[in-house]
Design a protein. Structure first.
Length: 408
């Protein structure tokens, strides 16, 4: 028989839980502590489930019946109320801080930091986020519209930074997809904007390919009167063929002065492979001098603002500009192209040895796997030859032009 509101107060607790049924699956559960809770039981897909409807007296008999009827209506419409409630709880928990910025920071923590991406890659992701933070950063991620994201990207594009705009859109897309996975939003508005941005103009890193011009830059670096750490970085970079990020994130334990080798760990290289750099006498001399200044710190090239961080990404390029060299003349990344071009043109060294020195991948997977362990002795000799060559042109000595010989 159906329950009556007046009799509910009279249900007394006993040592075990017991139930008083109403109608259409609704019942009241009385617990040993005296609390009384409404539930409705139902079957869906062959399974019996029960859904809490609240506690009496906060939820009266009439209220409980109304909630039961709503549950039955949802079941007839194909919904599973218990499952929906669980999903709502998950969304509520995740939505406690559901701003675009918080989701982006979680993405960086999960997909970059925890996945042990290179520190330069992590820093680049945070740089992309910095473009988005002032405008859509505080916004709930599920409320961000394509138009407002496009406005941010167009502002970057109009500043002449097409490549940055395109890559920032790609980063935003990753954030939205992460939000979808966390049930914080339902779609990726950045995915709709791929065709709304101008195609980046492909440019190559400026590289010094003429010995006299390279010598001029090397002399200017030696005379640089700016920050000491930046100067050491600029002096060392042409000798070691490293990418700027691989160099500036360098840590002292990686350098073996006894064996004259710098071992760059896999997590900091572009190809995620350990990379060993043979050190010439000139490189060792620079590193030993640098060690007098920063050897007690973790980073070889610490930032001026914080010794706990490496120097910033643009420190060397900014120094080149202060020395009067435009970005069409020299960039920190361009020294790799300089070394590659001049070493190949010399005809003195095996092309694979040069590729290994530059830590490049190999288009032929089998040959590349074999070549990784080869050419070390040749690379040691090549490193010293190259440093001697840089010394020769940096003092303005007469340099015999490099003439390409037959490849080995």
């Amino acid at each position: 028989m159906s329950l009556k509101a007046a009799e509910i107060r009279g249900f007394q607790p006993i040592d075990t839980v017991y139930r008083k049924s109403d109608d259409k699956g609704l019942y009241l559960e009385i617990r040993p502590n005296g609390s009384k809770h409404w539930f409705v039981k139902y079957r869906i897909h062959g399974s019996e489930k029960r859904l809490s409807l609240g506690s009496w007296p906060e939820v009266s008999l009439a209220d409980a019946r109304e909630r039961r009827d709503d549950v039955r209506k949802r079941i007839r419409a194909g919904d599973d109320p218990l499952h929906s409630r669980k999903m709502e709880k998950i969304r509520a928990r995740l939505s406690a801080d559901n701003s675009f910025q918080s989701v982006a920071e979680d993405l960086i923590a999960v997909r970059f930091v925890a996945s042990q991406k290179a520190e330069a890659t992590i820093e680049k992701a945070r740089w992309f986020l910095s473009h988005l933070t002032p405008t859509i950063g505080p916004r709930p991620i599920d409320a961000v519209e394509p138009a407002e994201l496009l406005a941010v990207l167009k502002k970057i594009e109009k500043a002449g930074k097409r490549e940055t705009a395109v890559r920032t859109r790609a980063f935003a897309s990753r954030v939205f997809r992460h939000g979808v996975a966390m049930a914080l939003c339902k779609h990726d508005p950045a995915a709709m904007l791929g065709g709304a941005l101008a195609t980046p103009i492909v440019t190559h890193h400026a590289a010094l390919l003429e010995p006299h011009q390279l010598g001029q830059v090397l002399r200017a670096i030696d005379e640089y009167a700016g920050g000491m750490v930046v100067k050491f970085a600029m002096q060392l970079l042409p000798h070691v063929f490293l990418r700027p990020g691989e160099l500036r994130y360098g840590k002292w334990p990686e350098v073996d002065f006894d064996e004259s080798v710098w071992r760059v760990p896999a997590e900091r290289t572009k190809l995620r492979r350990p990379h060993s750099v043979p050190l010439s006498r000139q490189s060792l001399k620079l590193l030993k001098a640098l060690r007098e200044h920063t050897g007690w710190r973790e980073y070889m090239f610490p930032a001026q603002s914080s010794l706990q961080k490496p120097m910033c990404e643009n420190a060397m390029n900014a120094a080149y500009r202060r020395m009067g060299f435009g970005k069409d003349i020299v960039t920190s990344h361009g020294f790799r192209a300089t070394a590659s071009t001049l070493l190949n043109e010399s005809g003195e060294w095996h092309p694979d040895a040069i590729e290994r020195a530059l830590a490049h991948g190999h288009s032929n997977a089998v040959r590349g796997a074999y070549a990784r362990g080869q050419h070390w002795d040749e690379r040691v000799a090549m490193a010293q030859w190259w440093s001697d060559y840089l010394d020769q042109i940096s003092v303005g000595a007469e340099v015999v032009p490099i003439i390409k010989r037959a490849s080995r």
